[in-house]
Design a protein around this ligand. Structure first.
Ligand SMILES: Nc1ncnc2c1ncn2[C@@H]1O[C@H](COP(=O)(O)OP(=O)(O)OP(=O)(O)O)[C@@H](O)[C@H]1O
Ligand SMILES: [Mg+2]
Length: 461
């Protein structure tokens, strides 16, 4: 009898202990939840508390009515003064996004619960949406966040979420919450150096803007660039910007290969040599450039240098080839092979000698641009392509399935492409545009500058 009573008592005691433990856990969860909710609205709370304190302080001195009026005046003044209004609304918007981000990372499984969401250190509004500076918590990784980016985007009701890990800090990432396509229906953007009297190819050349509205520049020295895209994607327009920079550099020499004859025609007066849609001319031109390159290497050897330097004043050579596919598919096999071999040689060996090759092709298939040749180009720009495979032919294997697929660029977006710069993640950008009149004006200016320089040199000699 005694034994039975003590067992029942023990079971009751155990049940009560379990219930107490569960209740304690529930209270703990509730407290964490409340603290988390309050933390999410900390800025709003501080503002409300500050206003309430102000109202009480003024009311204490001058009465309730004046206190109320004072608060109303402060709110009205903040709304009427534009910089204050913008700062305040920006802050409130950023806080709303932080709350949505925290919920999204919990719901998508990146964070295990409240106070475990990757921290948002700053929020910047950019043309494509919002750019967040994110720090992951201990035990999390940027790769995990990247893997769940589709889930996070769905929770945020955004078009896309792009995660870019900081190279120097594994815990830090730039996260672009894409809300809109900044290139949709946008007007062409003029090249900012169109009015410059001189440009140096040794300096970074502005070529376009990215989705965050930042200027994109290319440092061309010791680099080569390959552009690919379907007809009308904007390849020749992009080449024109590079040519304009080359033409305005009085110390640069331009070599043009124009498979269509008319695309680069405006730059002919400033070029060393031009080859049209003619295999012999193209091969001759490349042979000459190779001669220049070999001469340059002899010169460098004589000077005890391994590569060209800006202070030596040696001219850079810009070799621009539009319609590369035309030359790489010439009907004469030996001519075609010689062209491909000369071009490969220039791309492979020309960098240290100051030879920069810029080539554009309409057909970026591997049968036209072998990957051995493509891989030698440090910069690659994939403009709108017909298939993801064509996009990958330019950018390199795998990028299309990794978020950089040029076949997804809408047909109406001319001049938009993915730029891959030396192994970094491709960025989506829109190239600056030079209308025919601008091209003609720049080419004219560059030609007369070059003539003046030549005459001055003659006069000195
Ligand atoms: N960056 C740009 N901004 C705005 N419009 C552009 C841009 N680039 C190109 N375009 C528009 O697209 C048209 C076609 O461009 P472009 O001739 O450069 O294409 P392409 O790729 O060279 O075509 P194709 O392969 O047929 O030679 C231009 O006439 C211009 O109207
Ligand atoms: Mg073209």
């Amino acid at each position: 009898m005694f034994r039975r009573t003590s067992v029942v008592h023990l079971v009751d005691e155990l049940g009560r202990a379990q219930r107490r433990e569960r209740a304690r856990e529930d209270v703990q969860l509730l407290l964490v939840g409340v603290a988390w909710a309050l933390w999410g609205v900390r800025v709003e709370l501080v503002l409300v508390v500050a206003l309430a304190a102000m109202q009480r302080w003024v009311s204490g001195m001058l009465g309730d009515v004046v206190g109320g009026v004072a608060v109303a005046v402060i709110i009205a003044a903040a709304m009427l003064v534009r910089p204050v209004r913008c700062a305040l609304l920006g802050l409130l918007r950023a806080m709303r996004l932080r709350r949505a981000w925290a919920r999204a990372t919990i719901d998508s499984g990146v964070a295990s619960g409240p106070f475990r969401a990757p921290g948002v250190w700053s929020v910047t509004r950019v043309p494509a949406g919002e750019l967040l500076d994110v720090h992951v918590r201990r035990g999390q990784s940027v790769a995990e966040l990247d893997n769940r980016s589709e889930h996070v985007a769905a929770c945020l009701r955004a078009r896309e979420v792009r995660v870019l890990r900081d190279r120097r800090d594994a815990a830090r990432a730039s996260v672009l919450v894409v809300r809109r396509d900044p290139f949709e229906g946008a007007d062409p953007i003029a090249w900012p150096m169109g009015e410059a009297s001189a440009v140096s190819l040794w300096e970074p050349i502005p070529v376009g803007v990215d989705e965050q509205g930042e200027g994109v520049v290319l440092e061309l020295v010791e680099r080569n660039i390959l552009l690919g895209g379907e007809p009308g994607a904007g390849k020749s327009a992009a080449l024109s910007v590079l040519l304009a920079a080359g033409a305005l550099d009085p110390n640069a020499r331009l070599w043009l290969l124009d498979g269509k004859l008319v695309e680069l025609a405006a730059w002919a007066p400033v070029a060393q040599r031009v080859a049209g849609p003619n295999g012999d001319q193209a091969v001759e031109l490349l042979r000459e450039v190779r001669g220049v390159m070999e001469e340059r290497y002899r010169e460098l050897l004589a000077r005890g240098l391994r590569k060209i330097r800006r202070e030596d004043g040696l001219p850079l050579h810009l070799v621009v080839c539009d319609e590369l596919a035309f030359y790489l598919t010439l009907p004469d096999k030996s001519q075609r092979q010689e062209f491909a071999e000369l071009l490969r040689d220039l791309v492979a060996r020309g960098r240290a000698a100051g030879v920069i090759v810029c080539a554009a092709t309409q057909k970026p298939g591997t049968d036209v641009v072998p990957s051995a040749l493509r891989d030698l180009f440090g910069f690659r720009l994939a403009m709108r392509c017909t298939t993801p495979q064509a996009s990958d032919t330019i950018l390199g294997q795998g990028w299309a399935s990794n978020g950089a697929d040029a076949s997804e660029i809408p047909g109406a977006q001319r001049g938009v492409g993915y730029l891959l710069a030396e192994g970094e993640r491709p960025i989506r950008m829109r190239g600056y545009y030079l209308a025919d009149d601008d091209v003609a004006a720049i080419a004219d200016r560059a030609a007369s500058q070059r003539t003046d320089a030549w005459l001055a040199e003659r006069a000195e000699a």
